[in-house]
Write a protein that binds this ligand. Sequence first.
Ligand code: GLC
Length: 434
Amino acid sequence: MSDDDLDRRAIEILRGNDRGGYTVPTHGLYPFQWNWDSAFVALGLAVFDQARAWQELETLASAQWPDGMFPHIVFHVEDEGYFPGPEQWGTNATPPTSGYSNPPVLASSVRRLVSLGGAASHERARSLFPKMLRWHRWLHARRDPQGLGVLAVAHPWESGRDNLPDWDASLASIDTSRVGEYRRRDTSHVDSAMRPKKRDYDAYMALVAYGRECGWEPEAMARGPFLVADVGMTLIGLRADRDLLWLAHALGEGAAVAEIESWIDGAEQGLERLWNADVQAYCNLDLRTGARGGGVSSAAFLACGARAGAPHHAALLAHFERIGAHARYCVPSYDPAHPDFDALRYWRGPVWAVVNFQVAGELAAGGYAEQAKRVRSDTRELIRNAGFFEYFCPLTGRGAGGGEFSWTAAMWLAWASPNAPPELAAPTPGEHPG
Ligand code: GLC
């Protein structure tokens, strides 16, 4: 297929996964609206239909909880093909939702849509602004209860990087004796060798039961069996705060500036807590036990655009070179030299286009243009050779997981395609607009 054909195919996939106001990640495996997926999908939609791109984000925002939380799944319809559904979550939200949040990509997508222009963009961004502000406030209060300047997750699903090896030790201590029988649906859509193992799934379900039993009350969640400061959440959150600050200036929301700046300062000071000197990378940190993740995940490279990460950029770039020499395609979700690396199993090795998009953006923001270019051209090759899969093998380029995947199609249109508009991929401008 030519690149023009791939552009057309990507548009067809996004149209085919459109359920009217929101886009499902893929048919079958993920039949609802997912939070960070929609934020990426909006960028792809913006390439051919800006009004629909805004609507994607507005539909997501319509599921915000009264306390400010943006949930990670919105169950707009009933669908037996997915587990756990609204009954297991028991959140009593309208529309029904899950009980965890997701990396806050939304503000960064809004900033990019505003940069793209379009007649109504300021107006639509302005109506989303207070909702984003309240969500970020929720994240800093509820997922950083000790004010450490790092963002934690109360479930691996909250991070979006569900099956990362860094969760293993924290999940191992979770009591799964009360979980009982349940029927997974994911393994009826996708080869079980690519999906989490049963023991992991039992722990996931034990955590969902904990949340449900304490009514998803945030203080109880922070005291719960799982609270792990996450490199992805922290660095995506830092970028999102910078983008929200940019928006505050651009939209005349001056009253929010000091608060957003205080979050940015906090994260710049807190980031060092995630540095693992043994691994020479940023790794997750279990806030209950103090244990650190022990490998280089793709999220560590998100620090390459952070000023606070500057003392460690050389060490991170050395990992990038080493991993890039080992893996044909960057960026593997986990270090191929680590014993827990698994080339095709979910977040334990495969490459994701959305992570590559963010890593390339941070590399570019840090001035590492050559590395950013490699990440983009690898993503382009993966999609050209394999198609719009959920994720890809970093060693062979084989596509895996779900097919006709919305966020992969969106990342092609907004970034990896040679025809992508540069405004959508540009990192936060250093100066806020006058
Ligand atoms: C998987 C991924 C998660 C994503 C979801 C929908 O659960 O781990 O990051 O949001 O699929 O695509």
